[in-house]
Every structure is written in C-alpha cells, then in structure tokens.
Design a protein around this ligand. Structure first.
Ligand SMILES: NC(=O)c1ccc[n+]([C@@H]2O[C@H](COP(=O)([O-])OP(=O)(O)OC[C@H]3O[C@@H](n4cnc5c(N)ncnc54)[C@H](OP(=O)(O)O)[C@@H]3O)[C@@H](O)[C@H]2O)c1
Length: 325
C-alpha cells in the first residue's frame, strides 16, 4: 500500500514516516523546497518537494496513494503573519480534500490539535466539547477540521480527525521555552499548579494515528489522542526540576492577574480577530487540559503505553544530549 505523509520533515511527521516504513508501507513524503530532511534521508522513502498551497503539485504527488496523513501545518511561531496561518492551515486543507477526492484516496487522517478547545478550565474534555480556539493557530486548525468535515458530509471524503494533545519526544522544541525558564532562578509557578495538563509521548501518538488510518467505518469521526493520563502542572514542573537536578520552585505567583489578562486577550481576539503576543506563555498554568480519550480507546483500540513521567524524562535527556539545557 502506498501512503503520503505531509509535514514529513517536521517533528511528528518524521517519526510517523519512520514507523510506517518500518511497518512495510511504501511511503511518499511531501516536504517544502527548503525543509530540513535530515531525519528522512536514511529512510527508504520518496521525498517530493512542494507546498500544500499548490493544488496542481498536490495532485501529482497524491496520485496512487491509498492513505494520506496530513500533518503539514503552520504552528505558532513568532512573527508569522495571520494570513500564513489561514493559507496553510485552512486553504491547505481545502486543497488536500479536493485532491484526495480527485485521486480516490481511501483514508485521510488529519493531525489536528486539542488546542482547538481553547483555554479551558475543564477536566476530561471530550470530542463533543465545543471548541473555543483563541489563537490564529488554534482557530485555523479548527477551521481546517470544518473544511474537511464539510467535504466528508457533501462528497464522502473519507477523513478521520485526530486531536492531539501536547506531544513530547526527542526532536520536539515546543517544550524548550518552559524547560529553560524552569532552570532560571527567576522562575515562579503561576497559581497552585494543581490544575492538569495532558501530554503524550510521540510513540503513542504515532501508534494512534496509524489506528485512525487503519480502522474501518470511522470516516467523519474525531478522536482525542493523548497520553495514558494527565498530570498536575506542579508535577510536570517538579519532574523537570528533578531531572535537571535543580531545586523545585518554592515561590508562586497568584494566578488571578493571569486569568484577568487571559480574559482581556480573549475578548480582544474575539472582538478584533487579532492575536496579542505572548498568550501561549502562561496558558498551561491557568487552564485544565485533560482529555477524555475513551472514544479512541473504545473505537480504535488506542492504548497509550508510555507514562507522562517517562515521556518527560526522555525529552529532558534529549535536551541535555543536545546541550539545550
Ligand atoms: N507537536 C505537538 O505537540 C502537536 C500537538 C497537536 C497537534 N499537532 C499537529 O501535528 C502536526 C505536526 O506537528 P509538528 O509538531 O510535527 O510540527 P512541525 O515540526 O512544525 O512540522 C510541521 C510540518 O509542516 C510543514 N509545512 C509547513 N507549511 C507547509 C506548507 N505550506 N507546505 C508543505 N509543508 C508545510 C513543515 O515543513 P518545514 O520542515 O519546511 O517547516 C513541517 O514539516 C501539525 O499539523 C500540528 O498542528 C502537533
């Protein structure tokens, strides 16, 4: 069977591609002209340069593929214009959907994010929770889902949506800002840290994605994919300090100014469709983000194996090896 992975040069895409090759699939990868393909070079894969915004190239690339994993996206980064999030994450999904229909793809798996739920104070968020995305990235990932689901409803696009929680693993730089902040004496826990955050190890996530591609009769469905269990934020911070052999932060900052700031930021975003900088820096400390993964467990046989503790240790070890901390 021939598969296509978009975003294969990225963190999740490169692990996914390697696993699919090891499972014996014939894999095509879509990367950008200037993507760093170091992780793909030693794999037996076809590397094709293109852009998901270019529908013509997509058709040539997708032809002959039975399954497509769509991971290419503009993630939150500084100085990225709003328009780039919309063109890559929303128009890109439209291109992927139309090309998948034209080329008779049998299953399209969309790598979405639990970030679509927004900054919630809610435990065990399930797939019926109404998304309240509050950044360009989160909004456009949700709009991407809506585009794909409308193609499913109107033209039977065989899409399955996976909403991933924060993913940990060697190769991920998403956690580096927090980990580095924790190493400085100025670091303070915002609030009590008794709120929850649900991370996942990369190996569990790619296993879950494969199930989204393989299980029959789940087209049009959405699944939360996360790790075995959520941890309290203070437990995550303590695990990081323990593994870096530094002292646990003993001082806390009151959470209420950050809640107020968040309310104002969200009001500004919803009113003017404009994102203020820095929102992500404290999001984890003022929300509860534990996901209910029971639908994925029941319908996909999803069974995350790696504890959050182990996932964090693996991540810190890699940061240390690379000299990042
Ligand atoms: N990492 C997480 O914790 C997490 C959590 C939830 C959901 N997700 C979702 O999982 C997917 C992969 O995330 P990641 O962490 O692996 O992100 P990543 O490392 O930033 O990878 C994104 C990939 O998309 C590619 N890309 C961006 N714009 C493109 C375009 N216009 N045309 C073609 N390719 C393009 C990038 O290419 P370059 O290499 O050239 O930049 C890269 O390969 C994303 O859809 C993301 O929304 C990730």
């Amino acid at each position: 069977m021939k598969l296509l992975v978009t975003g294969a040069s990225g963190f999740i895409g490169s692990y996914l591609t390697k696993m699919l090759v090891e499972k014996g699939y014939s894999v095509k990868t879509l990367v950008r002209f200037d993507s760093d393909v170091t992780q793909l070079k030693n794999l037996d894969v076809e590397i094709i340069s293109g852009d998901i915004r270019d529908a013509d190239t997509l058709e040539k690339i997708m032809k002959g593929c039975q399954q497509v994993y769509h991971g290419a996206a503009q993630r939150t980064k500084p100085k990225i214009p709003k328009q780039a999030y919309y063109s890559i994450n929303v128009d890109g999904c439209k291109n992927i959907a139309e090309t998948a229909l034209k080329t008779n793809v049998e299953r399209l798996v969309y790598l979405s994010t639990a970030g679509v739920y927004g900054t919630l104070k809610q435990l065990r968020i399930n797939e019926n929770t109404v998304p309240r995305p509050n950044t360009y990235y989160r909004t456009t990932k949700w709009l991407g889902e809506k585009v794909l689901l409308s193609y499913h409803q109107q033209q039977n696009l065989p899409v399955v949506i996976a909403r991933l929680s924060g993913v940990c693993g060697a190769g991920s730089l998403s956690w580096l800002g927090l980990v580095r902040a924790i190493t400085t004496p100025k670091f303070r826990l915002i609030g009590t840290g008794n709120n929850e955050y649900h991370l996942a190890d990369i190996m569990d996530i790619i296993a879950g994605l494969r199930l989204c591609a393989e299980k029959s009769n789940i087209e049009g469905k959405t699944y939360n994919l996360a790790g075995k269990e959520a941890l309290k934020v203070k437990e995550i911070v303590n695990l990081i300090t323990e593994n870096l052999n530094i002292y646990e932060p003993t001082q806390q900052l009151p959470a209420f100014p950050y809640h107020t700031l968040n309310t104002m930021t969200e009001w500004f975003y919803q009113t003017f469709s404009k994102q203020l900088p820095g929102h992500h820096r404290y999001d984890m400390f003022i929300s509860d983000r534990s996901l209910d993964i029971s639908r994925a467990v029941a319908e996909l046989d999803y069974s995350p194996k790696i504890s959050p503790e182990e996932a964090i240790i693996n991540l810190i070890n890699w940061y240390r090896e690379k000299g990042y901390v």
